[in-house]
Write a protein that binds this ligand. Structure first.
Ligand code: GLU
Length: 385
């Protein structure tokens, strides 16, 4: 198990969620500029060590509210969406400015819950985020508040951050807000309440502790934080809930005991493979040739040229079964093409894809990161698909 003080230091990919109350002064609604500058220094240090960093930041509504001088304590949905549209520009600009100071490029990504589900859009968002991280940028993600109606809203960035952590296979998710972590009782009422430093498993007892600490407005409260922790932990990610109000919150975390850590039981890669293999209902089947079977067992991606037969219908991003010419299943994966397009490109070289389909899709039919081989996750290959 990784020691508490080095968990953040050793992570390959870190997602940091910043709550509105840290970034925007709750009284005046203004941006806490010097706090943000200190955060940027922390982020630059992580980037300097070669760590990928992605920020999930709230604050657009709070900033827009001030700009538009909206005084109602509760805004109508369309008014808060309008406030988000005004505030988001300022929010993104602030990150861009403070990170540019360290020579870091910032990218803005706005997502809704539908974009993080395991379908076509999930693959799109995942590919873009991975490309941005590979290019060395720090993506700044927020919910796409202006188009997110009640049904498709997260409403809180804690869970959005967890989904993003899952999506990019992050190994560390830091939830910074004005709460210090999970306590044994409600610290506002019980002087004996103690901070819990580490949670090995999110049991009903842990959930009950979160429930007690929650305010009437549970959004962004401990209940959603625990839900977020559950999502990220089951994706193999370490999660920390910590108070980020003081300057240099990431340095503070690296230097000692801060907040509550939630410990995963698998690494992100294994967790993702198990998720692909176990929790998605396959929508179709690809029969591949012997050359492809050997390549897959060598850790390569599945290319269109190795596909012999397509059994649909399925959409891009669906889970499909991959099997040998004799019908034995060798694994499952998220397919990068719909069954219609897959049929048109099977047996062809990847460079022919654009000519055949009229657009330039991915080179792979199933990327190796999106593929779980039966033998790698402890199964045997005798089952007929
Ligand atoms: N997306 C909202 C905003 O940026 C915040 C949601 C949250 O704080 O969890 O204002």
């Amino acid at each position: 198990m990784v020691a508490v003080t080095t968990r953040l230091g050793m992570a390959r990919r870190v997602v940091i969620k910043i709550g509105s109350s840290l970034l925007v002064d709750p009284e005046g609604g203004v941006l806490r500029r010097s706090w943000l500058e200190a955060l940027a220094e922390d982020v630059a240090r992580l980037r300097g060590r070669g760590q990928d960093v992605l920020i999930v930041s709230s604050g657009s509504i709070a900033l827009g509210r001030r700009q538009l001088q909206l005084r109602d304590p509760v805004l109508k949905l369309e008014v808060s969406q309008a406030a988000a549209a005004v505030g988001q520009i300022r929010l993104a600009h602030a990150y861009q400015e403070v990170l540019a100071h360290h020579g870091i490029d910032t990218a803005q990504i706005l997502l809704t819950s539908a974009d993080t589900e395991a379908r076509r859009r999930y693959l799109n968002a995942r590919n873009t985020l991975n490309a941005l991280l590979d290019l060395g940028t720090v993506p700044v993600v927020n919910e796409n508040d202006t188009v997110a109606t009640e049904e498709i809203r997260f409403g809180d960035n804690d869970r959005l951050g967890a989904r993003v952590a899952e999506m990019i296979s992050a190994d560390c998710y830091i939830l910074l807000s004005d709460v210090a972590g999970l306590f044994t009782a409600d610290p506002r009422r019980d002087p004996d309440a103690e901070l819990i430093f580490e949670v090995d498993e999110i049991t009903p007892t842990i959930e009950a502790l979160a429930g007690k600490a929650a305010s009437a407005d549970a959004r962004g409260g401990m209940v959603t934080k625990i839900e977020a922790a559950r999502i990220a932990v089951s994706a193999g990610c370490h999660v920390l809930i910590a108070d980020g109000a003081a300057p240099h919150p990431l340095a503070t975390i690296e230097n000692g005991r801060a907040g509550t850590w939630f410990v995963p039981h698998a690494n992100p890669r294994t967790a993702r493979k198990l998720w692909i293999a176990g929790s998605l209902r396959p929508a179709g089947r690809l029969v591949v040739d012997d050359g492809a079977v050997a390549a897959l067992h060598d850790g390569k991606s599945l290319l269109p040229v190795g596909v012999r037969n397509v059994d649909g219908p399925f959409e891009r991003g669906d889970s499909v079964i991959v099997c040998r010419p004799d019908g034995r299943e060798i694994g499952r994966g998220l397919v990068a093409y719909s069954s219609r397009d897959a049929e048109r490109i099977m047996g062809h070289k990847s460079r022919e894809i654009e000519r055949l389909l009229g657009y330039r899709g991915r080179d792979e039919m199933i990327h190796r990161d999106d593929l779980a081989l039966t033998r790698d996750i402890g199964g045997n290959e005798t089952r007929r698909a």
